[in-house]
Design a protein around this ligand. Structure first.
Ligand code: ADP
Length: 569
């Protein structure tokens, strides 16, 4: 049942992999944190060279600061940071402040917004998440030192008349960086918490996954999951064992179409298009279908169920197929059937003989008391015979029918003759409305049993003084919808009748109406179910109309020319 095992899916279907900053090595992370400042410093230098070349060449501060930043970038890449405690790399952002200070002092008049260069190390310190408060404090102190540097070194008068903002810049920059540092730190913490939660969910999913794996592998039931392209996604041990029973000898691993797979009879091969996995892959869902896998002594029976999986858009995304080994169960059922068949058969012959001799004794007996005993014995023996016959018929109801030309009128007359004594004893009048002849293509034994059954029911369920009418007619094609001629047997009684609810359950195995049980009228509740099976095998059906305490009418209809696919004898 298996399709080639090519597509074990380990990565997402589109093959996409996402790299996170956190997955990189420490050295790369430090270098990448430093690079924005380096790139900005290079761009600033180029801009200053364009705007005011003299500034760049006239003062050593600008190029000196740039050289410091570049040196720190090289250090970020070169130092083996993993050998030191994590906080060690703070050396780089802290030293960045020292390099930015002269750089900023030199270029602040030429380029507006230069002060924001300090944002890079501040951000980095706050972002690192190592010691949030210390990081923020150092960042703010660093930025303040950079902005105040020109005044502290006496390089500029305070307040700065040449700068547009007077007091603004030296005060505002540290305040802004404080806000920035706090924002960055809060963001990092919330991201840390989120990634912690994510990790917890991933751990939970992994535990669930391991548990599921153990359950699936321990299961005695074969489990197969196939994706929508027909690739096995999962096949547990039980299923592998089952699969290999069906692999033809000389083959390592078979696709489903190659396996020895049969119907429940163990001999009729299942065509590839009708095999369970193939059907399941077309989105079919089914339950408890019985198949046989393998040949000869190793053949096993399995019950197969399948259900499609759908993706989030509701489209077919593969299927789950479950295989249950039911070999022992099937063996037990067969043994029971065999036993019932043999026992019932062995019972019938002696019972028929007992009834025959009891009847003879009844006829010869003159003593009314003994006569009563004998009548009771006959009734009980007949009851036993009906039971045994019905049990046997229950098995026969699944066997094929064998049709021949049958005169239905004659068949009905036989049944009427056999039921006459029964009717007489029960004080029921039997009226027959039969044509001389009505030829049909049918199984005489099974159809005879159907009429016997319905007639004996009608007599049994009709109180003394009632009437049973048996009529037979041919229904021409014109009168029915199906466009063929039908034969119709109608058995009508004026008996106890039934409610609509009782009528609905009538053809169920072992069903008997409650009041019938209570009245202790003998029966098994199998007769009608068996009769319906027989009639349906002929391509016909039994219908019932009934009214409680008024009577019932059972109508059997079969096609006159048979259903066209029977065995002829
Ligand atoms: P059994 O007669 O052995 O009980 P059947 O399968 O022949 O089993 O009938 C099932 C039930 O249907 C009966 O127990 C009875 O309740 C009801 N039934 C069948 N035929 C009639 C009828 N002619 N009139 C009223 N009830 C009937």
């Amino acid at each position: 049942m298996i399709v080639p095992r090519t597509g074990q899916r380990a990565v997402p279907r589109d093959g996409h992999r996402v790299h996170h900053f956190g997955d990189l090595s420490l050295r790369w992370r430090i270098l990448l944190s430093q690079l924005p400042l380096t790139v900005s410093a290079v761009l600033v230098t180029l801009a200053v060279l364009l705007i005011d070349p003299h500034l760049a060449t006239g003062s050593p501060h600008l190029l000196g600061g740039l050289a410091g930043i570049l040196a720190l970038t090289v250090a970020a890449a070169a130092v083996p940071w993993q050998r030191f405690p994590p906080i060690a790399y703070w050396v780089i952002p802290l030293a960045d402040f020292v390099a930015i200070a002269p750089f900023w002092a030199a270029a602040r008049y030429a380029l507006d917004g230069m002060s924001m260069l300090v944002a890079f190390p501040v951000f980095w310190l706050a972002w690192s998440g190592i010691r949030p408060v210390l990081g923020i404090t150092l960042g703010v102190l660093g930025s303040a030192a950079v902005t105040w540097w020109p005044y502290l070194t006496g390089g500029a008068p305070f307040p700065d008349a040449t700068a547009d903002s007077n007091l603004g810049r030296p005060v505002i920059v540290p305040v802004l960086t404080l806000a920035l540092a706090i924002a960055a730190s809060v963001l990092t913490r919330s991201m840390d918490r989120q990634s912690g939660e994510l990790q917890a969910s991933l751990d939970y999913a992994a535990t669930q996954n391991r548990m599921l794996h153990t359950v699936v592998e321990t299961s005695e039931v074969g489990i197969l999951v196939v994706d929508r392209d027909g690739h096995d996604v999962l096949m547990n041990q039980a299923q592998r064992r089952m699969h290999f029973i069906g692999v033809p000898s000389g083959m390592d691993d078979g696709a489903e179409a190659d396996l020895h797979l049969f119907e429940s009879d163990g001999t009729t091969p299942v065509p590839p298009a009708e095999r369970p996995v193939r059907r399941a892959l077309q989105g079919e869902s089914f339950r408890g279908e019985i198949y046989a896998i393998g040949i000869d002594g190793s053949q096993q029976h399995m019950s197969v169920s399948a259900a499609p999986m759908v993706d989030e858009r509701g489209e077919f995304d593969g299927t789950v197929v479950i295989f249950q080994n039911v070999t022992d169960l099937i063996g037990a059922i067969r043994a029971r059937e065999q036993f019932v068949a043999e026992v019932t058969h062995e019972f019938r012959t002696p019972l028929t003989s007992i009834i025959g001799y009891l009847d003879l004794a009844l006829e010869a007996e003159r003593d009314p008391a003994v006569g009563r005993y004998l009548t009771t014995s006959v009734r009980n023996a007949e009851r036993l015979l009906t039971l045994v016959t019905n049990l046997l018929d229950a098995r026969a109801s699944t066997s094929a029918i064998t049709v021949q030309d049958v005169d239905l009128a004659r068949l009905a007359r036989y049944s009427l003759d056999s039921a006459a004594v029964h009717a007489q004893r029960g004080g029921v009048d039997v009226v027959s409305r039969l044509p001389d002849q009505l030829e049909v293509l049918a199984d005489p034994v099974k159809l005879g049993q159907v009429i016997d059954n319905l007639l004996s029911n009608a007599i049994k369920y009709t109180p003394r003084g009632g009437t049973v009418t048996v009529s037979l007619r041919r229904v021409p094609a014109g009168e029915s919808d199906e466009g063929k001629d039908w034969a119709e047997v109608r058995i009508q009684d004026t008996g106890i009748g039934m409610t609509d609810q009782e009528r609905a359950d009538l053809f169920t195995n072992y069903y008997r109406a409650e009041h019938v049980r209570q009245a202790a009228i003998p029966g098994t509740g199998l007769g009608l179910a068996i009769s319906q099976g027989f009639v349906r095998q002929h391509g016909g059906d039994i219908t019932v109309t009934s009214q409680r305490r008024v009577g019932s009418t059972f109508t059997v209809r079969i096609p006159v020319d048979g259903r066209g696919e029977e065995h002829h004898c």
